[in-house]
Design a protein around this ligand. Structure first.
Ligand code: CAA
Length: 247
């Protein structure tokens, strides 16, 4: 798909990697629209770049259904959706801290699964619904993670990202007959606010395990998303961009 003039919805686009996608696609001549939970970030993006946005909680089914309905009515069906919104709530599954043994908090699990798994499910489903209804041969790109393989401290996040990969393949198989492609990008550790939250000594150890010896840059992930959108033979696969790291 040529990206020029294409309508691209980016979830979690108010800051971090999603914002970078929005700016890059605008530079490439597309028409990005971002959704996020922080109005202030949307206002900033609008002022900086003119890119429009709206507050939508991707984990709220009704909000997502209404948003896609309204977007399609006002702008037409999106040509591409990038499911980028996601959070972390890291903890050890069991932490032995004498004299206590601490369990992984259920609330951490619920929050991450709701946003990182159900959020992707709702947004992809509504995008696909409108694409199929209107005969639009669009693209859905899900942002997975290197943690999909199972990462220390990320029971919740790893489970959600493994599910994102499985949904990507399932939807690619089901939607191919409508001309809709579905792919995913699995970034490694990237220079984002999310990674900046990791304690410095823990992060140092992680970086030592990256063969290229550094964090990835947001532009390197954006380029992978662009590749999936542009390449009409790419579907049902997860593109790993992680500096060669395996976890
Ligand atoms: N590999 C192996 N062991 C690890 C480890 C790792 N990556 N990380 C932590 N551990 C071990 C520590 O060595 C320590 O073991 P010992 O007690 O035997 O020394 C034990 O786990 C406890 O570690 P902490 O002292 O750090 O425990 P904590 O409760 O203070 O913190 C934690 C636990 C929050 C999970 C913290 O270790 C942490 O932040 N780890 C990093 C988790 C991570 O990689 N998150 C990625 C966030 S970015 C992201 O998710 C984007 C993406 O897509 C990649």
């Amino acid at each position: 798909m040529d990206v020029a003039d294409k309508k691209i919805i980016i979830t979690g686009g108010g800051r971090g990697m999603g914002k970078r996608f929005a700016l890059d696609f605008k530079r490439l001549g597309a028409r990005p629209f971002v959704v996020d939970v922080e109005q202030a970030n949307l206002d900033l993006l609008k002022n900086e770049s003119g890119i429009p946005g709206m507050v939508v909680d991707v984990s709220d089914e009704n909000q997502v259904v209404d948003f896609f309905e309204n977007y399609a009515r006002e702008n037409g069906v999106p040509d591409a959706v990038i499911n980028n919104a996601g959070i972390t709530a890291d903890a050890l599954f069991i932490k032995k801290k004498e004299p206590e043994i601490i369990r992984f908090p259920t609330s951490n699990c619920e929050r991450v699964i709701k946003i990182n798994l159900f959020g992707v499910f709702f947004c992809a489903r509504e995008a696909a619904y409108h694409m199929v209804k209107n005969g639009v041969k669009g693209v859905i790109v899900n942002i997975s993670s290197i943690s999909r393989a199972g990462n220390v401290g990320q029971t919740n996040y790893s489970a959600a990202k493994a599910a994102v990969d499985a949904m990507t393949v399932t939807w690619a198989k089901e939607l191919a007959k409508y001309g809709i492609r579905v792919g995913a990008v699995a970034p490694g550790y990237i220079n984002t606010e999310m990674v900046a939250k990791i304690r410095p000594e823990v992060l140092d150890r992680i970086i030592r395990n990256i063969p290229l010896g550094r964090l990835g840059e947001m532009g390197e992930i954006s380029y992978a998303v662009e590749f999936i959108i542009r390449n009409d033979f790419y579907t049902g696969r997860v593109l790993e961009v992680d500096g060669g790291m395996r976890i």
